[in-house]
Design a protein around this ligand. Structure first.
Ligand SMILES: [Zn+2]
Length: 246
């Protein structure tokens, strides 16, 4: 029987039962399995882990547990200065792109509003989401821990909040997106890019009041949906300002 102690840092504690949070605790194992299996069996998806220290030395996910080991586990962005150590996540993407699980439609619209390339499908199975994330190097956002524990996944994040406005605030903060906004550059409905369009070209498709009061129009280059700076735009602009200021 092996005895191994664990200490999880910062938001990794969100996945642990109360008695193991923010402290060192010991577990017994009959056989020396991998540290990755041990971490996931404790409830923490590997995709949230950026650094593991075994007795003060950085190790990768294949490290075999030994009797008396002390394991410290750090999340993304919260590791100590780790230049000589083994980062477990691939280097951050210069311009993050996303694919969202089917239950995160409002978050998808918010990310598109901020200009992030965000794929979202109302009906999409887990294998397809994983395939898109891996092959297109997109960060998979989900509230499904099982999906985020999948071994193929390289980039993912478990969204803690359930309310849409708190979700976008959380994702902007945790993934450090604040300086990467290009607001109102993407279609909220389909993720296509927007470009300015002549008022005359879209006049027939606009409601009477809109024709009268607005001069600047934008059109999605994919689905041809037309946008203008109405009351909805003002509300979104307020949200962008709040997110940028936090
Ligand atoms: Zn569109």
């Amino acid at each position: 029987m092996l005895s191994v102690s664990f200490h999880f840092y910062r938001e990794l504690n969100d996945f642990l039962p109360k008695q193991w949070r923010q402290r060192e605790f010991a577990r017994q194992y009959p056989l020396p399995g991998s540290v990755k299996d041990a971490i996931e069996n404790l409830g923490v998806p590997h995709i949230e882990v950026d650094l593991i220290l075994a007795n003060g030395v950085s190790v990768d996910f294949d490290y075999r547990l030994g009797d008396g080991d002390r394991i410290a586990v750090y999340p993304l962005c919260e590791s100590p200065d780790i230049s000589p150590l083994t980062r477990l996540r691939p280097a951050p993407l210069r311009r993050p792109r996303f694919v969202l699980d089917c239950h995160l439609g409002r978050l998808a619209r918010h990310l598109r509003m901020l200009g992030f390339d965000t794929l979202f499908y109302r009906h999409c199975d887990d294998d397809t989401l994983l395939e898109i994330s891996v092959s297109q190097r997109r960060i998979l956002l989900s509230r499904d821990r099982g999906l985020l524990k999948h071994g193929r996944l390289q980039r993912g994040y478990f969204v803690r909040a359930t309310a849409p406005k708190l979700q976008i605030t959380e994702v902007v903060e945790r993934l450090q997106l604040r300086h990467r906004f290009t607001p109102f550059s993407r279609c909220l409905a389909c993720n296509g890019l927007l470009s300015a369009v002549d008022r005359e070209a879209v006049l027939q498709r606009l409601p009477e009041n809109t024709r009268r009061y607005f001069r600047d129009f934008f059109q999605c280059t994919d689905c041809a949906r037309v946008y203008w700076k109405g009351s909805h735009y003002q509300r979104m602009q307020q949200l962008v300002r709040e997110l940028a200021a936090r």
